[in-house]
Design a protein around this ligand. Sequence first.
Ligand code: ADP
Ligand code: MG
Ligand code: ZN
Length: 610
Amino acid sequence: MFDDKKFKYRMVYLVGVILAVLFINYMSTSITTKQISYNEFLKLVNEEKVEKVVLQKDRILIKAKPDSGYANKALYTGYLWDQELVKLLTSKNIEFTKEIPNNDPLLNIILYWVAPIIIFMILGRFIFGRLDKKMGGGVMSFGKNTAKLYAENETGKTFKDVAGQEEAKESLVEIVDFLHNPQKYAEIGAKLPKGALLVGPPGTGKTLLAKAVAGEAKVPFFSMSGSDFVELFVGMGASRVRDLFRQAEEKAPCIIFIDEIDAIGKSRDGSLQGNDEREQTLNQLLAEMDGFDSSKGVVILAATNRPEVLDKALLRPGRFDRRVIVDRPDLKGRESILKVHIKDVKLGDDVDLSSVAKGTPGAVGADLANIVNEAALRAVKHNRKVVLQEDLEEAVEVIIAGKEKKDRILSDKEKRIVAFHEVGHALVAALLNNTDPVHKITIVPRTMGALGYTMQLPTEEKYLVSKEEMLDQITVMLGGRAAEEVEFNIISTGASNDIERATQTARSMVTIYGMTDRFDMMALESINSRYLDGRPVQNCSAETAALIDEETLKIIKECHDKAINILKDNKPLFTKISEVLIEKETLLGEEFMAMVNEYKNEAEPVKEEQ
Ligand code: ADP
Ligand code: MG
Ligand code: ZN
């Protein structure tokens, strides 16, 4: 396709190069040479200030002596038919010669013009080529969009590759069918939504789903990321949007996918200084979406993990009016995602994917893909031909807590403190009623900072958490510090993370979940970005904020006391398990519970009242 913008830029560059060469040629001669009059030339000769003379066809080149005042310049003067000159030069003993004329104008042109221009052109290509790459677009092709054209065999994804997102797939099946056969819908007069917005936390498979839709429908897939539109120059983003839609219309039926649309689709009001570029881009997108005829079979998919910041105009009917939630997978979903990724991995007989799925509440597809890969790497490291359950379990821990740090040596004293701390968590968890069972306790340090940790796993997927459960969670979190106080009567820095999490939970009980009498069911905070780890925003007066702190502190104090009491009342068990942990460094849930149960049967333990 002939692109006139490109042509214009090429021309401007070419003219620039010619001017530059002219200038350089001129400068290089005017700095180093000087024309003098014939009289002056004769005067210099007579004063014996000339060293050498070259007679050319139309000029005489003069090399003056250093004391002539022209030391650094090549002098020249016009050639005259002067019969006396030869005599004069001979008498003054000046070396002179007549140059054999080099009358090849072609050579001159090549030397002074063609060669420099070629060099400049090569240089220009090089420089602009680099810029092109950097900006993902092109200086030579301003505004020309770079939407990659993915043919169906290139996305290579189908719905089979996306696991655990059954509802999302269901609502996209219709779009696939529409792309297969737009006429069927047109004949009845049914209009399909122009666009669907995939919404969910990072790593849940939104991008993957969009590719799968294109793969299933066997249509071209134009994908661009929102940040691609935000250009160096104002107006470029808008022109990219325009180009993208022109290209897509030519290829219909097809899919346009705009990943991370929040980069351009951010709400226009509410920001203090406007962003012209983004606004123009967004306006262009809205105009294009309104303008094109959806019966041709162009479907626009977009993905975001921050739906709440999107401009309302984007969500109006006729635009992204269909919302597809791509949320964190549940237990069953996690298991099927693991199955998808483990397809090509050789497995040992002991592998139990459902137990891995149980051990990874909250993990998204990207995490699970990562876990499978880590496990395979570990199997290779241990020179095994198959992946075993232990590889998978270690991989889960690596994703959660970082790699084992074998080279970190704790002093015996520190090791004791860490062991009692972890057993503190575990024992409080085991002796309270509304807690998840302990899966593992370890005091092997990990790279992500933990000196040890206690892993609890829910027996079943929970969607609602009761007030009692939250209080017990806080008590378990504070069990570590409580243990240090009960056993050593010291407090260390090891509990900072526990304290932070406990405080957050307690605060959210007060401000978000309406679990205190003082504030009843008043929402005092709202969470900004639900799908990211958004910080809650307080919406209350300063006086209320102080009261919130008071309430939060009250909860924490109560839970702290309770943890201390549990450990004091069961001191023999607490000490015994801690000693075993120091010995073994890692205790599995069953081993731990065996000791707890044995103790319970022996000496009727003090039952904590709730
Ligand atoms: P998002 O766009 O939501 O941030 P991606 O689609 O980029 O997430 O997912 C990243 C990777 O994680 C995918 O390439 C895939 O390997 C894996 N993944 C994520 N979700 C799923 C899923 N539901 N099923 C299978 N694999 C998944
Ligand atoms: Mg993505
Ligand atoms: Zn702790």
